[in-house]
Write a protein that binds this ligand. Structure first.
Ligand code: NCD
Length: 321
């Protein structure tokens, strides 16, 4: 969600986070505070152990209307590691299957005493709408809404970049490749990279997979992957989101891999110490080759580990008394 209710709804009067709905319009100070907190949590096992009781007595519900592997599990682990009670709503086994609306589903779980909902939904803006309809004290974290926003993925990607390339992004050259148009991850990454002052943001995609021009402000846009990757410090690969796509946007998967797939040969054009990122799930052989996904420059599992720390930091922030 890039407009209306998201950004204005998510901050309290004193500037602290009430919800995390989008990185669009989130002040840099809030972003950096979350990253700093997550960096400490990531590195410090003793510190993490000391936090065990932080959210004791609070209840976090993962309310996912779309599939998830990494995001849901890491939110559940984050909640449990902070001592919260964690309850999971399983769409496939729920009354949503019988036609219950997302709003009614949320209100029923809220009546059971849920303090924080972590929500994923296929509709842009659904998480903000649920947040606006909930009781004043109930917190919401967007775990991906439609194509618009995936703020904790944006944060964990920034934490990963910081860990490998340092906190000063002013000289950093970052390339985002693939299905940018359908990607809520790309939108959140672009917002975060701009807010943190990334030196150069490059975007590479076939024309049908590029978003509107207004979303590419400040980016260098490439059609040729070989040209785009020249000298970059980080390559962020995206999944081809065929479930969000009309037919025919991509000629064939073989051709897509030939033009926009990352393999070891192409990666040689990047800076020698460039890192390779992917939010998962990967389509191996479609956007990324095994050699790269499992190679020495891949930090893909590091992103996953950083996800737990970021989500602990976010839950702690929105559930702070
Ligand atoms: C992403 C998502 O669901 O937006 N996955 C994730 O959370 N790591 C990316 C995707 O589905 O391609």
């Amino acid at each position: 969600m890039s407009g209306a209710t998201g950004p204005s709804l998510q901050l309290r009067d004193d500037g602290r986070l009430r919800h995390l709905l989008t990185l669009a319009g989130l002040p840099r100070a809030n972003l950096v505070e979350l990253l700093d907190a997550a960096a400490v949590l990531r590195g410090d096992a003793a510190g993490r152990a000391a936090l065990r009781g932080t959210l004791a007595g609070r209840t976090v519900c993962t309310l996912f209307f779309e599939p998830s592997t990494r995001t849901r599990s890491s939110f559940q682990l984050a909640a449990m590691r902070l001592g919260a009670d964690a309850v999971n709503f399983d769409f496939a086994l729920s009354s949503a299957k019988k036609g219950e609306t997302a709003l009614d589903t949320m209100r029923n779980l809220e009546a059971m005493g849920v303090d924080c909902f972590v929500v994923r939904h296929s509709d842009n803006g659904m998480v903000a709408r649920l947040a606006a309809a909930a009781r004043p004290g109930t917190a919401f974290v967007n775990a991906g809404d439609g194509q618009s926003s995936h703020p904790t993925q944006g944060l964990l990607d920034m934490l990963t970049l910081r860990a490998h390339k340092g906190a000063d992004f002013s000289a950093l050259r970052v390339l985002i490749v693939g299905d940018v148009r359908h990607s809520r991850v790309a939108r959140s990454d672009l917002q975060a990279l701009r807010a943190l002052g990334a030196g150069e943001i490059r975007v590479c995609a076939p024309a049908p997979l590029l978003p509107g021009e207004s979303e590419l402000q400040g980016c260098r846009v490439f059609d040729s992957f070989d040209a785009a990757i020249e000298g970059v410090d980080a390559v962020l690969m995206l999944r081809l989101q065929r479930e969000r796509m009309e037919e025919g946007l991509v000629p064939s998967l073989e051709q897509y891999f030939a033009d926009y797939g990352l393999d070891a040969r192409r990666l040689e054009r990047a800076a020698p110490d460039a890192i390779v990122m992917h939010p998962g799930p990967m389509n191996r052989g479609v956007e990324i080759d095994d050699d790269v996904a499992d190679g020495p420059q891949s930090v893909i599992l590091d992103q996953v580990a950083n996800g737990v720390a970021v989500r602990m930091a976010v839950l702690r922030a929105v559930l702070a008394e």
